[in-house]
Design a protein around this ligand. Structure first.
Ligand code: NAG
Ligand code: NAG
Ligand code: NAG
Ligand code: NAG
Ligand code: NAG
Length: 618
């Protein structure tokens, strides 16, 4: 309760500041623009959209509107729009494209008319569920729907749609449910995978044919040949596409490996000859002037033996300058982003300073290479400290707790206090670095935005395919959109690593028959009420068992399957800090608040709940 009171005191002072900040940052929100244009494009005879009133400054206010689900209640970011059975009239509202992270759209049982926009795939880029059934839509089903590759469910029944169903819809890789019953459609139906569409999905149309309906009747011998040839070509295309995707993943995997093993990995560095006089742009006065040639020398021409880590965003090299200063230099993976976008992002990242974030000292670009210079962290990654190659982990409980609290603070700051807010997308024990005093510093933040978003998505997918990373939230494979709750899940996995001493992908303690990851193992144990067996034995029985259970409980909350049920990073930080209140960890205590005042109320509840925790009933 003490914590809660402090927060409430601070709230009054800071809310004012936040209001100003929010006025500047949130005023141009694209999702607000989206809902405004949806409302103005539709006739709403029964005033269902009355609650959609836009003169409000509160971050997240649109989340209270009828039919609007948000990714997070304190963020104006629409997840689903459910405007079913409201008597709405008008054309399909194109402004919907500005709800740019929306995954579900339900306009069913209204009076929407005219055609479905031909470019619907560019309006609804991440849609997983689309329901336009029981309206008055006319014209053809847009072929571009086959570009909405995340679609799980497509319902177009009970309209007046004409023409053929685009054959390419059968190539939607995730489609599970499809219905076009009660329209005026003709021609051959797409050859969907088993179970996607049944005869009922096609019922009451003007003339559909092909399995699961009756075979199509040849009109004449020529068209018959055409159909057969078409089918053959289609078959080949599908096979080629499958092969292509397979090859793509295979090649990527090889190239990942190659990056680690290639003895000539520093060829690219040699090619930078002649650009050595390029200056390194620096953010801190403390850093003396540096040139590319200094970086080349300090990293021994980016030699393989200087590599201290590599991840999705690039490879990190250890660098020792002439004066003995040690740095880390990150070579970014190639990306589609322009020089200008890169420079903008660098100036943002260079201005971000927090005790628990690894500071970016400078950067430079030479030919196609983009190099980032960071302060070195002498104690390496949390991952290497927890899972040493030789011997056992020697970190005691107070140290692990201190690291958890510091890392939570850094991540909460990125989510809630940093401007712009930053979702990390790649949290793991490998991106939590430790300085000389074992103070944790989060690295790699802000870089995900510099990667090609599709590439990021695919890598997630690849990781899912070829050995689960263990940190990726389950919803990512469905929605493919990064959220702060995805970060919370990944952070929860790190907390589990800290308290169990196990690796996220492989659980040494589990029986050999167990093939799952750490989260799956914990989930299984909790249902067996064997939870205390999962805690690292080296920590148990030293007077901190109560804290261990409380910590485990917080970790489990972070990795619940439903994103909505996970706490925010701000909650996580406060809960961990409360667990650590017996130790004198906290040095400076900067005020840190979520944008939404509502969260503070939540927090009080959480803290009250925490006081009742006893490690049982998990
Ligand atoms: C809405 O989306 C369009 C197309 O992506 C874009 O050009 C426009 O700037 C967006 N408007 C706002 C207010 O975000
Ligand atoms: C703004 O929205 C919040 C959250 O829905 C609500 O509590 C508040 O009363 C609204 N303020 C105004 C001026 O409408
Ligand atoms: C699908 O997307 C690709 C690539 O963006 C584009 O070339 C193609 O025209 C699109 N297909 C349709 C039917 O819109
Ligand atoms: C259907 O898919 C094939 C192969 O991917 C492509 O060549 C063709 O252009 C697509 N047709 C339409 C109408 O998008
Ligand atoms: C097809 O139309 C008939 C008559 O209107 C109706 O009874 C039936 O439910 C319809 N089938 C489907 C699958 O909607």
């Amino acid at each position: 309760m003490v914590v809660a009171r402090q927060i409430f005191g601070a709230r009054v002072v800071v809310s004012f500041f936040l209001l100003i900040l929010c006025g500047m940052v949130c005023g141009t929100d694209s999702d607000i623009f989206c809902l405004k244009s949806v409302k103005s494009a539709l006739e709403d005879p029964y005033n269902y959209l009355q609650s959609w009133s836009f003169n409000n400054e509160t971050e997240g206010y649109i989340c209270k509107f009828t039919g609007v689900d948000c990714w997070h209640p304190d963020e104006n970011k629409v997840l689903n729009l459910k405007l079913s059975n409201m008597g709405l009239k008008g054309q399909f509202p194109r402004g919907i494209q500005n709800c740019s992270s929306m995954t579900g759209l339900d306009f069913s049982l209204n009076r929407l008319s005219k055609t479905i926009p031909a470019d619907i795939s560019t309006l609804l880029r991440f849609v997983t569920s689309l329901d336009l059934s029981a309206n008055d839509f006319t014209g053809e089903i847009p072929a571009s729907l086959s570009n909405c590759t995340y679609l799980n469910s497509l319902k177009l029944d009970q309209n007046q749609l004409t023409g053929q169903i685009p054959a390419n819809l059968s190539q939607l890789p995730r489609l599970k449910s499809f219905s076009v019953a009660n329209n005026l459609l003709t021609g051959q139906v797409p050859s969907f995978k088993q179970g996607v569409a049944t005869a009922e999905s096609y019922a009451n149309n003007s003339g559909l044919c092909g399995p699961p309906l009756e075979a199509c009747q040849p009109k004449s011998s020529t068209s018959n040949t055409a159909v057969i040839a078409g089918a053959a070509v289609g078959g080949v295309t599908v096979a080629a596409l499958g092969l292509g995707i397979g090859m793509f993943f295979y090649v990527r995997r090889i190239s990942y490996r190659k990056k680690e093993e290639d003895p000539e990995g520093n060829k690219w560095a040699t090619s930078l000859k002649g650009t050595k006089q390029i200056k390194v742009s620096t953010f801190e006065k403390a850093v003396s002037k540096m040139y590319l040639k200094d970086l080349l020398k300090a990293t021994n021409n980016f030699s393989k033996s200087n590599i201290i880590g590599s991840g999705r965003s690039g490879t990190v090299y250890k660098a020792i300058l002439n004066d003995g200063t040690s740095l880390m230099v990150k070579r970014l993976q190639e990306s589609q982003h322009s020089e200008k976008e890169f420079l903008t992002e660098m100036s943002t990242l260079g201005s971000i300073k927090h005790r628990n974030l690894v500071p970016l000292l400078g950067f430079c670009t030479a030919k196609k290479e983009r190099l980032l210079v960071y302060k070195n962290m002498p104690n390496g990654t949390l991952h290497d400290q927890l899972h040493p190659d030789a011997g056992v982990c020697t970190m005691d409980w107070p140290l692990r707790l201190k690291i958890a609290i510091g890392a939570a603070k850094g991540l909460a700051w990125l989510h809630h206090s940093c401007n712009p807010r930053i979702i990390h997308r790649n949290i793991s024990s490998k991106c939590i670095l430790l300085d000389a005093d074992f103070e944790p510093k989060i690295s790699d933040f802000g870089l995900a935005r510099l990667m090609d978003p599709i590439d990021t998505h695919l890598s997630t997918f690849v990781n899912g395919e070829f050995g689960d990373l263990g940190y990726v939230a389950p919803e990512y494979t469905k929605t493919l959109v990064a959220t702060s709750k995805g970060d919370v899940y990944s952070f929860g996995t790190v907390l589990l690593e800290l308290v169990t001493g196990e690796r996220p992908t492989h659980v040494a303690k589990a029986p050999e028959t167990f093939k799952g990851n750490l989260v799956e193992w914990i989930t299984q144990q909790s249902s067996n009420a064997k939870l205390h067996d999962v805690i690292d034995e080296s920590l148990v029985g030293k007077g901190a068992d109560q804290e261990l259970f409380q910590f485990l409980k917080v970790a489990c909350n972070c990795v619940t399957a439903m994103p909505k049920e996970r706490p925010t990073m701000f909650d996580v930080y406060q809960l961990l800090r409360a667990i650590g209140s017996n130790y004198n960890f906290t040095i400076e205590d900067e005020i840190m608040l979520p944008m939404d005042t509502g969260d503070a109320d939540n927090l009080e509840e959480l803290i009250v709940a925490r006081e009742g925790l006893d490690g049982k009933g998990m």
